[in-house]
Design a protein around this ligand. Structure first.
Ligand SMILES: *Cc1c(COP(=O)(O)O)cnc(C)c1O
Length: 370
């Protein structure tokens, strides 16, 4: 047995079979590969408005402090979040992106003899954090691309410790009815935790939103996760958080690294949270861009999954990978979702009006050429 082989067999079983997360292709990588400039990236559900100038200012102001450790408790950001969301700041756990929260939950609550339930086409990080700790994923077939909550309920048994629900879901954009969702959470055994991943919450029309924070009082097994990466435009800084019962927050806090959020990120998030105007412009630009893209899809005779997020998955009616690659050659990066069992779809993030138009033009040229 060669040494390399023997080392990999030492990894826990889940990790040996783990397939790494594939991020959207970075702009610089495509520039290097094709020698193109002026690339349009609509692949990672990023905020297209660019860095918020007020955030840039807050970061500038913090720069002289970089020799210090950041506040390991994120005191100021938690106070600001607590006030805005009407929760106790001790219910908040800050993460290096909400991704880290998902991982903290897995490390805190899962063992190899436990199961995790989530939907087909759900966010790709759920299987990764589940397998990494050796737990078993029970993946429930989707219904019309969305979570089938009654089928998910049926998968819950004595081995189940955790359910992941993304609402809206990525990459489908599907949104659950608030009352159905609450009934599902209410019916969970008290030994099963529910992570309700609301990474796209701010994009959901107010009248369609679940009042999930109100549910925390009634359901001590509920963990809501949110992020500054999407509507607040801070994907590059990595700040997310969870809202939960005090008991859960205390447990997650024991597992997390002492300084998991850096100083610049904390200052940026606090400023971003207070900037209503940037958020409003983000949500308005998203609604307009969603309209722009879906009108174009209709014109091109393409179907799409109605989305409550800042992205939309379009059905090309044929394998999407060659079209993805042809778009790359035109300098447009979108996201193939075959790894989500959606081989005929491309997920397109909503960009600026100009970026959307560049994508639409490229897509119609590519489709015409076939
Ligand atoms: C983008 C995304 C996240 C969050 O990512 P972070 O940048 O780590 O906060 C979480 N869940 C879903 C479903 C997402 O699409």
């Amino acid at each position: 047995m060669n040494k390399k082989h023997s080392i990999s067999t030492l990894a826990v079983a889940g990790v040996q079979k783990l397939v790494p997360y594939v991020p959207g292709k970075p702009i610089e990588e495509l520039e290097r590969e094709l020698g193109l400039s002026d690339i349009v990236k609509l692949a990672s559900n990023e905020n297209p408005l660019g860095t918020n100038p007020r955030v840039a200012q807050a970061i500038q102001k913090t720069l002289p402090e970089l020799t210090r450790y950041p506040d390991g408790n994120g005191f100021k950001l938690k106070v600001a979040l607590a006030e805005k969301l009407s929760v106790d700041s001790a219910q908040i756990t800050l993460g290096n992106g909400s991704n880290e929260i998902l991982e903290l939950v897995a490390r805190t609550f899962l063992t190899p003899d436990l199961d995790v339930v989530f939907s087909q086409h759900a966010f790709a990080v759920y299987p990764i954090v589940t397998q990494a700790v050796g737990a078993t994923a029970r993946i429930v077939p989707a219904k019309d691309y969305g979570h089938d909550l009654s089928a998910m309920s049926e998968q819950i048994n004595d081995r189940t410790r955790l359910v992941f629900i993304a609402n809206p879901n990525n990459p489908t954009g599907t949104l659950l009815q608030p009352d159905e969702l609450e009934a599902f959470i209410k019916a969970l055994p008290s030994t099963v935790l529910c992570v309700l991943d609301e990474a796209y919450h701010e994009y959901v029309a107010p009248d369609r939103r679940a009042r999930s924070i109100d549910w925390l009082r009634a359901y001590p097994n509920l963990i809501i996760t949110r992020t500054f990466s999407k509507a607040y435009g801070l994907a590059g800084l990595r700040v997310g958080y969870s809202l939960s019962s005090l008991e859960i927050a205390d447990l997650l806090n024991r597992v997390r690294q002492p300084f998991n959020n850096n100083m610049l990120a904390l200052a940026a998030a606090e400023t971003a949270l207070s900037d209503r105007d940037y958020l409003h412009r983000t949500v308005a630009a998203n609604a307009a861009g969603m309209q722009q893209l879906t009108v174009a899809f209709r014109t091109l005779g393409l179907e799409w999954i109605p989305s409550a997020g800042n992205f939309v998955s379009v059905d090309l009616g044929r394998p999407a990978l060659p079209i993805y690659e042809a778009l790359l050659r035109k300098g447009v990066i979108v996201r193939p979702v075959a790894n989500y069992e959606m081989p005929n779809h491309l997920r397109v993030s909503i960009g600026t009006e100009r970026e959307n138009q560049v994508f639409i033009t490229a897509l119609s040229q590519v489709l015409n050429a076939i």
